[in-house]
Design a protein around this ligand. Sequence first.
Ligand SMILES: [Zn+2]
Length: 85
Amino acid sequence: MEIFCPTCREGYRIPTAHVPKTARMVVCNSCGTAWKQFFDKQPKPVSRMSESKVFEIMSVRRPTYSKVVLKILREEAALEAKLRT
Ligand SMILES: [Zn+2]
């Protein structure tokens, strides 16, 4: 895995066999910054999510408004646009 210095962005490559299982204090050879590095497993990329899970999230984030609510939202947006100009 690769770790990066939070101060100077110097990157360090750690062979997988030498990656510790717990957080360690590490020191940047370049600028001397010491920081606590976590060596947890890489978070799963979103694309690995099952389709049903993705659909679930999408449906939660896209609530269905009634026509009345949509009208109010449009009016508010128009008003806001007027105020900004
Ligand atoms: Zn550094």
